[in-house]
Design a protein around this ligand. Sequence first.
Ligand code: FPP
Length: 249
Amino acid sequence: MDKKEYTVEELKNKIDRSRLPKHVAIIMDGNGRWASKRFLPRNFGHQEGMERVIEIVGAASNLGIKHLSLYAFSTENWKRPLDEIQGLMKILVQYIRRELDKLHRNNVKINIMGDINKLPELAKNEVERAVKTTCKNTGMILNIGLNYGGRDEIITGIKNILKDVEMGKISIDDIDENTFKSYLYTCDQPDPDLLIRPSGELRLSNFMLYQVAYTEFWFSDILWPDFTEKHLLLSILDYQKRNRRFGGI
Ligand code: FPP
């Protein structure tokens, strides 16, 4: 894109609505560095990160994105100091309490990727309430990765598929890419078209490993707490310039 600074409205007008990515996935990274740069404790970065979650969920839903996947807490994040983990769980509860009514009014359906049984009781209960409240909604599906790991998801899927084979629900010959996909947390949703990772890191960090086989990646140095609607629009405009061949020519 040329160097001119566009406004949000101008960027929205530039986007081709007929070629929107159906599914956008985001690795929300850089909260800790955002806080450190300001000599603040890391949880201040996560708190500001939550404000961006609110902004980006609203922007994606208004734009007409059908599936948005956010990586909020990985299976590896349990290695962090206890006060940071507790802070993140508190922010998750706060997010649901503050946003659930609005998400529900906006027809957003919340789907969880990951095993929430390991979450503290209060967080688990609030997450279950959010899923139950929005389960019949037909608008944007908001996938939230909580205690989520791509490898863990694949192994869980394999275990569940083997159980179904053992019980005679399916036969080994029935297993193809589509059957296997239905055993993942994203179930019958399309794969991400666009994966965004802010904060300057150029890696996947165990996010949606099976689903991103043909996903377009968009990396940026912006830290997640500084990631606004404008950056989402810029990433979509870049995506619309890509030539996706899916292995063909
Ligand atoms: C990675 O940044 C971010 C996380 C591990 C947590 C993401 C959580 C939020 C944005 C909070 C709100 C989420 C929801 C769904 C309500 P980092 O801490 O690894 O940053 P660093 O690499 O700069 O240390």
